[in-house]
Design a protein around this ligand. Sequence first.
Ligand SMILES: *Cc1c(COP(=O)(O)O)cnc(C)c1O
Length: 241
Amino acid sequence: MTEQERCILEERLHDVQRRIADAARKAGRKPEEIRLVAASKMNSAERVQAAIAAGLTACGENRVQELLEKYEQHAYDGADLQFIGTLQTNKVKYLIGKVSLIQSVSSLKLGQCIAKEAAKAGVRQDILLEVNIGREEAKHGFLREEVEAAAAALGELPALHVRGLMAIPPATADKDKSLCYFNEMYQLFVDISTKKYDNVDMDYLSMGMSADFEDAIACGANIVRVGSGIFGLRPYALTQP
Ligand SMILES: *Cc1c(COP(=O)(O)O)cnc(C)c1O
Protein backbone atom coordinates (compact mmCIF):
# COMPACT_ATOMS: atom_id res chain seq x y z
CA MET A 1 0.00 0.00 0.00
CA THR A 2 1.42 3.38 -0.94
CA GLU A 3 1.39 6.41 1.33
CA GLN A 4 -1.07 8.02 -1.06
CA GLU A 5 -3.47 5.05 -0.92
CA ARG A 6 -3.28 5.17 2.85
CA CYS A 7 -4.11 8.87 2.76
CA ILE A 8 -7.10 8.39 0.48
CA LEU A 9 -8.46 5.57 2.65
CA GLU A 10 -8.09 7.73 5.76
CA GLU A 11 -9.89 10.65 4.12
CA ARG A 12 -12.75 8.43 2.95
CA LEU A 13 -13.18 6.91 6.39
CA HIS A 14 -13.20 10.30 8.08
CA ASP A 15 -15.65 11.62 5.52
CA VAL A 16 -18.02 8.69 6.19
CA GLN A 17 -17.65 9.21 9.94
CA ARG A 18 -18.46 12.91 9.54
CA ARG A 19 -21.51 12.17 7.39
CA ILE A 20 -22.77 9.63 9.95
CA ALA A 21 -22.41 12.21 12.72
CA ASP A 22 -24.24 14.84 10.66
CA ALA A 23 -27.05 12.44 9.79
CA ALA A 24 -27.39 11.48 13.45
CA ARG A 25 -27.62 15.10 14.58
CA LYS A 26 -30.11 15.90 11.85
CA ALA A 27 -32.26 13.03 13.13
CA GLY A 28 -32.01 14.39 16.68
CA ARG A 29 -29.73 11.58 17.79
CA LYS A 30 -26.24 11.47 19.21
CA PRO A 31 -23.45 10.61 16.76
CA GLU A 32 -22.08 8.02 19.17
CA GLU A 33 -25.36 6.09 19.03
CA ILE A 34 -24.55 5.03 15.47
CA ARG A 35 -22.04 2.23 14.92
CA LEU A 36 -20.09 2.11 11.72
CA VAL A 37 -19.22 -1.42 10.61
CA ALA A 38 -16.87 -1.40 7.64
CA ALA A 39 -17.74 -4.05 5.06
CA SER A 40 -14.19 -5.07 4.32
CA LYS A 41 -14.74 -7.83 1.76
CA MET A 42 -12.05 -8.10 -0.89
CA ASN A 43 -9.78 -5.70 0.94
CA SER A 44 -6.42 -6.96 2.10
CA ALA A 45 -5.42 -7.30 5.73
CA GLU A 46 -3.10 -4.36 5.20
CA ARG A 47 -5.92 -2.11 4.01
CA VAL A 48 -8.14 -3.21 6.89
CA GLN A 49 -5.32 -2.47 9.34
CA ALA A 50 -4.82 0.95 7.74
CA ALA A 51 -8.49 1.74 8.30
CA ILE A 52 -8.25 0.59 11.92
CA ALA A 53 -5.17 2.76 12.43
CA ALA A 54 -7.22 5.68 11.08
CA GLY A 55 -9.97 5.12 13.65
CA LEU A 56 -12.21 2.36 12.35
CA THR A 57 -13.62 0.36 15.27
CA ALA A 58 -15.61 -2.47 13.67
CA CYS A 59 -15.30 -4.70 10.60
CA GLY A 60 -17.86 -6.92 8.96
CA GLU A 61 -16.94 -9.79 6.67
CA ASN A 62 -19.07 -11.69 4.17
CA ARG A 63 -17.21 -14.87 3.55
CA VAL A 64 -15.98 -17.30 6.16
CA GLN A 65 -12.92 -18.34 4.15
CA GLU A 66 -11.83 -14.76 3.58
CA LEU A 67 -12.43 -13.90 7.21
CA LEU A 68 -10.28 -16.80 8.39
CA GLU A 69 -7.42 -15.90 6.06
CA LYS A 70 -7.42 -12.27 7.10
CA TYR A 71 -7.89 -13.21 10.75
CA GLU A 72 -4.67 -15.24 10.55
CA GLN A 73 -3.00 -12.14 9.11
CA HIS A 74 -4.21 -10.07 12.09
CA ALA A 75 -6.32 -7.87 9.83
CA TYR A 76 -8.83 -7.12 12.55
CA ASP A 77 -6.52 -6.58 15.52
CA GLY A 78 -7.72 -3.54 17.43
CA ALA A 79 -11.28 -3.68 16.12
CA ASP A 80 -14.49 -5.54 16.70
CA LEU A 81 -15.21 -8.28 14.14
CA GLN A 82 -18.68 -9.19 12.92
CA PHE A 83 -20.13 -11.47 10.27
CA ILE A 84 -22.55 -9.94 7.75
CA GLY A 85 -22.76 -12.39 4.84
CA THR A 86 -24.55 -15.51 3.77
CA LEU A 87 -23.63 -18.27 6.18
CA GLN A 88 -23.79 -22.01 5.64
CA THR A 89 -24.40 -24.15 8.67
CA ASN A 90 -21.26 -26.23 8.09
CA LYS A 91 -19.11 -23.09 8.43
CA VAL A 92 -20.63 -21.75 11.63
CA LYS A 93 -18.07 -23.47 13.84
CA TYR A 94 -15.23 -21.42 12.36
CA LEU A 95 -16.83 -18.15 13.42
CA ILE A 96 -17.61 -18.95 17.04
CA GLY A 97 -15.15 -17.21 19.33
CA LYS A 98 -13.97 -14.90 16.56
CA VAL A 99 -16.95 -12.67 15.85
CA SER A 100 -18.84 -10.59 18.40
CA LEU A 101 -22.00 -10.47 16.31
CA ILE A 102 -23.49 -12.55 13.50
CA GLN A 103 -25.75 -10.09 11.69
CA SER A 104 -27.07 -12.39 9.03
CA VAL A 105 -29.14 -15.08 10.75
CA SER A 106 -31.64 -15.80 8.04
CA SER A 107 -33.35 -19.02 9.15
CA LEU A 108 -34.27 -20.94 12.28
CA LYS A 109 -32.03 -23.76 11.15
CA LEU A 110 -29.01 -21.44 10.99
CA GLY A 111 -29.86 -19.92 14.38
CA GLN A 112 -30.15 -23.38 15.92
CA CYS A 113 -26.81 -24.39 14.44
CA ILE A 114 -25.14 -21.26 15.86
CA ALA A 115 -26.67 -22.06 19.25
CA LYS A 116 -25.31 -25.59 19.11
CA GLU A 117 -21.78 -24.50 18.20
CA ALA A 118 -21.80 -21.65 20.72
CA ALA A 119 -22.94 -24.03 23.47
CA LYS A 120 -20.16 -26.44 22.55
CA ALA A 121 -17.63 -23.62 22.86
CA GLY A 122 -19.19 -22.42 26.10
CA VAL A 123 -20.05 -18.96 24.79
CA ARG A 124 -23.19 -16.95 24.22
CA GLN A 125 -23.38 -15.63 20.68
CA ASP A 126 -24.98 -12.29 19.84
CA ILE A 127 -27.01 -12.40 16.64
CA LEU A 128 -29.23 -10.20 14.50
CA LEU A 129 -32.11 -11.59 12.47
CA GLU A 130 -31.88 -10.83 8.78
CA VAL A 131 -35.16 -9.63 7.35
CA ASN A 132 -36.05 -10.02 3.68
CA ILE A 133 -37.95 -6.74 3.76
CA GLY A 134 -38.37 -6.57 0.00
CA ARG A 135 -39.73 -10.13 -0.15
CA GLU A 136 -37.19 -10.96 -2.84
CA GLU A 137 -36.99 -14.52 -4.11
CA ALA A 138 -33.24 -14.41 -4.46
CA LYS A 139 -32.54 -13.04 -0.98
CA HIS A 140 -32.19 -14.71 2.36
CA GLY A 141 -33.92 -13.72 5.52
CA PHE A 142 -37.17 -13.91 7.41
CA LEU A 143 -40.29 -12.35 5.96
CA ARG A 144 -41.55 -9.54 8.11
CA GLU A 145 -44.47 -11.58 9.46
CA GLU A 146 -42.04 -14.35 10.53
CA VAL A 147 -39.56 -12.23 12.46
CA GLU A 148 -41.24 -11.96 15.82
CA ALA A 149 -41.89 -15.70 16.13
CA ALA A 150 -38.32 -16.40 15.02
CA ALA A 151 -36.94 -14.01 17.65
CA ALA A 152 -39.04 -15.68 20.33
CA ALA A 153 -38.01 -19.19 19.24
CA LEU A 154 -34.29 -18.40 18.99
CA GLY A 155 -34.41 -16.50 22.28
CA GLU A 156 -35.29 -19.78 23.95
CA LEU A 157 -31.85 -21.10 23.13
CA PRO A 158 -29.61 -20.03 26.01
CA ALA A 159 -26.46 -19.88 23.87
CA LEU A 160 -28.00 -17.15 21.73
CA HIS A 161 -28.71 -13.52 22.45
CA VAL A 162 -30.94 -11.88 19.85
CA ARG A 163 -29.80 -8.27 19.69
CA GLY A 164 -31.84 -6.86 16.84
CA LEU A 165 -32.52 -6.85 13.11
CA MET A 166 -30.58 -6.47 9.90
CA ALA A 167 -31.75 -5.85 6.34
CA ILE A 168 -30.43 -5.41 2.85
CA PRO A 169 -33.39 -3.81 1.07
CA PRO A 170 -33.77 -4.18 -2.69
CA ALA A 171 -31.34 -2.05 -4.62
CA THR A 172 -33.29 0.81 -6.11
CA ALA A 173 -32.48 4.25 -7.42
CA ASP A 174 -35.86 5.38 -6.11
CA LYS A 175 -35.14 7.15 -2.85
CA ASP A 176 -38.78 7.09 -1.73
CA LYS A 177 -38.90 3.33 -2.13
CA SER A 178 -35.76 2.77 -0.12
CA LEU A 179 -37.03 5.12 2.60
CA CYS A 180 -40.17 3.03 2.63
CA TYR A 181 -38.21 -0.18 3.28
CA PHE A 182 -36.16 1.51 6.00
CA ASN A 183 -39.32 2.78 7.66
CA GLU A 184 -40.90 -0.67 7.52
CA MET A 185 -37.81 -2.09 9.19
CA TYR A 186 -37.91 0.54 11.91
CA GLN A 187 -41.58 -0.18 12.55
CA LEU A 188 -40.86 -3.89 12.91
CA PHE A 189 -37.91 -3.14 15.18
CA VAL A 190 -40.05 -0.95 17.45
CA ASP A 191 -42.94 -3.44 17.45
CA ILE A 192 -40.72 -6.28 18.64
CA SER A 193 -38.97 -3.96 21.13
CA THR A 194 -42.23 -3.54 23.00
CA LYS A 195 -42.60 -7.31 23.50
CA LYS A 196 -40.90 -9.28 26.22
CA TYR A 197 -39.09 -12.41 25.16
CA ASP A 198 -36.23 -14.10 26.97
CA ASN A 199 -32.84 -13.40 25.42
CA VAL A 200 -34.32 -10.96 22.93
CA ASP A 201 -33.25 -7.32 23.14
CA MET A 202 -33.84 -5.01 20.22
CA ASP A 203 -30.60 -3.07 20.65
CA TYR A 204 -29.46 -2.88 17.03
CA LEU A 205 -31.07 -2.05 13.74
CA SER A 206 -28.51 -2.66 11.00
CA MET A 207 -29.34 -1.11 7.64
CA GLY A 208 -27.82 1.32 5.19
CA MET A 209 -24.75 0.95 2.96
CA SER A 210 -22.51 3.37 1.07
CA ALA A 211 -25.28 4.66 -1.17
CA ASP A 212 -27.93 5.22 1.48
CA PHE A 213 -26.57 5.14 5.03
CA GLU A 214 -27.73 8.70 5.75
CA ASP A 215 -31.31 7.79 4.82
CA ALA A 216 -31.09 4.67 6.96
CA ILE A 217 -29.94 6.75 9.94
CA ALA A 218 -32.80 9.18 9.35
CA CYS A 219 -35.13 6.17 9.59
CA GLY A 220 -33.65 4.79 12.81
CA ALA A 221 -30.65 2.63 11.90
CA ASN A 222 -27.99 2.44 14.59
CA ILE A 223 -25.60 0.17 12.70
CA VAL A 224 -24.60 1.07 9.15
CA ARG A 225 -22.48 -1.24 6.99
CA VAL A 226 -20.29 0.74 4.63
CA GLY A 227 -17.84 -0.83 2.19
CA SER A 228 -16.94 1.06 -0.97
CA GLY A 229 -17.56 4.42 0.71
CA ILE A 230 -14.52 3.69 2.88
CA PHE A 231 -12.36 1.34 0.84
CA GLY A 232 -13.16 2.53 -2.66
CA LEU A 233 -14.60 0.43 -5.42
CA ARG A 234 -14.08 -3.30 -5.26
CA PRO A 235 -12.45 -5.57 -6.09
CA TYR A 236 -9.01 -5.31 -4.60
CA ALA A 237 -6.92 -8.41 -4.86
CA LEU A 238 -6.56 -10.03 -1.46
CA THR A 239 -2.89 -10.46 -2.08
CA GLN A 240 -2.36 -6.82 -2.92
CA PRO A 241 0.90 -5.72 -1.29
C1 LIG B 1 -20.63 -5.27 0.81
C2 LIG B 1 -21.72 -5.16 1.83
C3 LIG B 1 -22.08 -3.93 2.37
C4 LIG B 1 -21.47 -2.63 1.96
O1 LIG B 1 -21.71 -2.33 0.62
P1 LIG B 1 -21.20 -0.96 -0.02
O2 LIG B 1 -22.21 -0.63 -1.02
O3 LIG B 1 -19.87 -1.25 -0.58
O4 LIG B 1 -21.14 0.03 1.08
C5 LIG B 1 -23.05 -3.93 3.36
N1 LIG B 1 -23.64 -5.06 3.78
C6 LIG B 1 -23.33 -6.25 3.27
C7 LIG B 1 -24.02 -7.46 3.79
C8 LIG B 1 -22.37 -6.34 2.28
O5 LIG B 1 -22.07 -7.52 1.76
